[in-house]
Design a protein around this ligand. Structure first.
Ligand SMILES: C[S@@+](CC[C@H](N)C(=O)[O-])C[C@H]1O[C@@H](n2cnc3c(N)ncnc32)[C@H](O)[C@@H]1O
Length: 205
């Protein structure tokens, strides 16, 4: 599938109808999501034929993109059941078969390296300190091949240190720096658009 085609499919997905601030629910835009998955597949071969998990899947964007790129099996996990309902409808609209699990990522009881690849846009940890690291810890624990994740650029040193030193990652590489547009999602944002500098990381567990 071509990049533009993938971006088109993702752009048509339904997103959070009533985003919950405390869960940092902002969707990954079609531009970023399609490039994240496309790079994972075409540069590193981490998607097609692989078991892919989407942590904090929300409405299913990243996992669905993985399924469209030929993942053998996709599982999405989120703490919010309403988002999972939307994810389920999004997948059904595209006739994709993905599994969805209602679970707090901290309580995931998977043992060993149960998936090949984790893709995620975790909470940045601005509402609940450390939630970004909870996601990264769990992703590196269960993935055998690679973890793709978005983190605020301001936390780059912290993320690298945690991955390599605390979570035993073999490598932690910033693939590119992006502008994440959290536009008007939350009423407390005074500006119409809020651009946040975000790193796209690839970790090898
Ligand atoms: C930034 S949104 C990303 C949503 C979606 N993955 C996307 O890319 O559009 C973060 C997601 O993490 C979920 N989340 C927050 N805390 C969580 C937790 N402790 N366990 C599981 N999911 C959580 C939220 O409900 C939300 O869907």
């Amino acid at each position: 599938m071509k990049l533009k085609q993938l971006e088109g499919y993702i752009g048509n997905l339904n997103q959070f109808s009533n985003p919950k601030i405390d869960l940092e629910q902002y969707p990954t835009g079609a531009h970023i999501a399609s490039r994240l998955l496309y790079t994972a597949e075409n540069t590193f071969g981490d998607i097609s034929g692989k078991v892919v998990a989407d942590f904090g899947c929300g409405c299913g964007t990243l996992g669905i993109a993985g399924a469209l790129l030929g993942a053998e099996h996709v599982v999405g996990i989120d703490i919010d059941s309403q988002s999972l309902e939307i994810a389920s409808l999004n997948a059904a609209d595209l006739e994709l078969d993905i599994n969805l699990i209602w679970c707090d990522i901290k309580n995931l009881k998977w043992r060993g390296k149960i998936v090949d690849t984790v893709v995620m846009n975790p909470p940045f940890g601005t509402r609940k300190k450390g939630s970004d690291m909870d996601f990264l810890f769990m992703a590196l624990k269960v993935a055998s091949q690679a973890v793709y994740s978005l983190h605020k650029t301001t936390t780059r040193d912290h993320v690298r240190r945690a991955a390599l030193r605390d979570f035993n990652a073999k490598s932690a590489e910033v693939l590119c720096e992006l502008r994440f547009d959290v536009s008007q999602l939350y009423k407390y944002h005074k500006k119409k658009e809020v651009d946040i500098a975000v790193d796209l990381w690839r970790f090898v567990p």
